[in-house]
Write a new protein. Structure first.
Length: 240
């Protein structure tokens, strides 16, 4: 058992006096090739990594979501019938709730404890992992069918329309569909995915350059606007 899985299980039991009904996980990612290609309808080859967000939870009988972040040592709470935008880490779970309900999913409330070993602001998609872990939490307590591509698109809607970062869908897709030992070829026009086995003996080294960023203030939105302007100039729908 992962030490983080044990951590959230113990923290949940300490907080609520019983074991969690379920524990969900969503990984971060690195990208081997294909930067800024997702919103240009191109291709990319990302892979999931061994850093992830873990969330231990149980269902509630009302339509409230309560989450304790062990990393921030703080509680977050919101009602599914009274979603309002704010700032901070809770906007990602809140945005997932909004996007799922806007897509017609019937959601139930839950409460849980969360932790992560994905460094924030490091370019390893901690935000997408939080979105997909939240979606998995809602799926387990609400009983709807899980579809990797649909849930990735829900995560993208959260990022674009709730949080305000005009990202593509690569980060969410690899967090939803990544497999150990494989990279994932993604065609962003069709959203078809194909696992690619990594050559035997491959080691992927992720280095911390101490550079931090967030999609909302890193120039990401500006780069996307530039790509869209270039597509307009060349009279094509996308730069694929």
């Amino acid at each position: 058992m992962s030490h983080l899985k044990e951590t959230v299980a113990r923290a949940f039991e300490k907080e609520f006096g019983e074991a969690p009904s379920t524990i969900v996980r969503a990984p971060g990612r690195v990208n081997l090739i294909g930067e800024h290609t997702d919103y240009n309808d191109g291709y990319a080859l990302p892979m999931a990594i061994d850093r992830a967000i873990w969330l231990a939870l149980r269902p509630r009988t009302d339509r409230t979501v309560k989450i304790r972040s062990l990393d921030f040592n703080v509680w977050g709470q919101f009602g599914l019938d009274e979603l309002e935008r704010d700032k901070g880490w809770l906007e990602y779970p809140k945005g997932i709730a909004w996007a799922l309900q806007d897509e017609g999913y019937k959601l139930n409330g839950w409460e849980g404890v969360m932790t992560s070993d994905i460094p924030r602001g490091s370019g390893l998609s901690s935000s997408a992992a939080l979105e997909l872990a939240t979606a998995k939490a809602f799926q387990t307590v609400s009983g709807f069918d899980w579809d990797n591509t649909k849930m990735a698109l829900v995560g993208q809607r959260c990022e674009n329309d709730w949080v305000g970062a005009n990202t593509g869908v690569m980060d969410q897709l690899i967090s939803a569909a990544g497999r150990k030992g494989y990279a994932l070829k993604i065609d962003f026009r069709s959203l078809e995915t194909e696992p690619y086995a990594l050559p035997k003996g491959t080691a992927v080294v992720v280095m911390d350059t101490a550079t931090r960023h967030s999609h909302t203030d890193s120039g990401y939105n500006e780069r996307r606007e530039q790509c869209e302007a270039a597509a307009t100039f060349f009279e094509v729908e996308k730069l694929r």
